[in-house]
Design a protein around this ligand. Structure first.
Ligand code: GN1
Ligand code: MG
Length: 357
């Protein structure tokens, strides 16, 4: 790994890489400064099976971070380096390094003393909502044509359903028969869950640049609990705002874990929902009435889509997500279906809260 680190333009020597667990796609390491007061870095091996166009991916991140940095600087923000990620180029000026054996690596400056959470308080959710709304506002002035879809059809639910049909037909891991009830459950709801795609085709629902992975742990907070920086920009691309609203609620307003094996732990935390919606609607002033009214559906949509994606990976034999034990993707699927059901049960209530806000 020494050789990889040497490729990048680091300002000071660093200690041996320390593996850290973030996300279930890429492999991440912390590179602590070896000198007092030096910079620390964040090294990642990009999952090239998933991100097949690394050049496009890194260009996206460079565009997005440069754009946000410029807006923050123009607005006279203090501490800009802690509010937006900075990509560290290689010594030959590239945004990533490809090893002779075809691995792809990238480096960011590490944002020091930043906290990330798996759970949040209502106050934190309100602030997070504001921050995600602001983030979408910032992205609104970025030319969407300069970004590629780092994963084609990433949040296209019709495409995910298509993949589900294929995975069931192939039954690569021989897991279909024992889980037929899950397949049926998901497929029975497929058409209804794809209304965003239908509304888009009818010209009623716009696409805007989104983060597309607004899990609670993709936001860094300072020690006083204020959102500071939105990270994991791998999937920033045009899509429905429902994705970003929904994914935050999917992860932050779930009283259980994303992969909870005890389904009874899983409920919707309405306090978090309300606080987040309040924060988000206060800054996401560009939303149309239709978008606002679809926000509760957006939450269900993301839990449903995540169930579909976990189940596809289970059927395919666990080729996409990192797993910690053999049935992990099945457990994740069931937990997301339960969350979907819990959200369905409070959908009217969510709708009323949005109205009120
Ligand atoms: C993946 O690796 P991570 O945790 O950032 C996935 C998201 C899923 C999430 C589920 C590129 O994100 O879409 O919502 O797992 N990212 C990709 O935990 O597929
Ligand atoms: Mg991610």
């Amino acid at each position: 790994m020494e050789k990889i680190i040497q490729q990048f333009q680091l300002e000071n020597p660093v200690q041996l890489p320390e593996a850290i667990k973030v996300g279930i796609i890429n492999e991440s390491y912390r590179l602590k400064a070896a000198t007092e007061g030096g910079k620390s870095y964040f090294l990642q091996r990009i999952n090239h099976n998933i991100f097949q166009d690394v050049e496009g991916l890194q260009n996206n991140i460079d565009r997005v971070t440069s754009h946000i940095r410029q807006l923050l600087t123009e607005a006279g923000e203090a501490d800009v380096e802690r509010k937006v990620l900075r990509v560290v180029p290689t010594k030959d000026g590239k945004l990533y390094y490809k090893t002779p054996i075809g691995e792809y690596w990238r480096v960011y400056v590490l944002i020091e003393n930043a906290l990330s959470y798996e759970q949040i308080t209502p106050e934190g959710a309100y602030l997070a909502g504001k921050a995600y709304g602001e983030f979408q506002c910032q992205l609104a002035s970025l030319d969407a044509d300069t970004l590629v879809e780092s994963i084609p059809n990433f949040h296209n639910l019709e495409f995910r359903i298509q993949q589900l049909h294929e995975a069931l037909a192939n039954d690569a891991a021989g897991r279909k028969a024992a889980t037929q009830d899950i397949a049926n459950y998901l497929l029975e709801r497929a058409e209804r869950m794809c209304i965003a795609e239908t509304l888009y085709r009818e010209g009623k629902l716009p696409k805007r640049i989104n983060h597309c992975d607004t899990k609670i742990n993709n936001m860094l907070f300072d020690k006083d609990g204020n959102p500071m920086c939105i990270v994991d920009l791998d999937t920033v691309m045009p899509g429905f705002v429902l994705s970003d609203f929904g994914d935050f609620i999917r992860t932050a307003a779930n009283t259980g874990a994303e992969d909870d094996s005890n389904l009874d732990n899983i409920h919707v935390n309405m306090e978090i929902f309300e606080a987040y919606a309040k924060g988000y609607l206060s800054t996401a002033t560009f939303l149309t009435d239709l978008e606002k009214s679809l926000l509760p559906y957006g939450c269900k949509r993301m839990s449903y889509m995540q169930a579909v994606r976990f189940y596809i990976d289970y059927l395919n034999g666990d080729t996409y997500y990192k797993i910690a034990y053999p049935e992990h993707n099945l457990v994740r699927t069931k937990a997301q279906i339960r969350l979907f059901q819990e959200q369905e049960a409070v959908e009217v209530q969510m709708q009323e809260l949005i109205q009120k806000v």
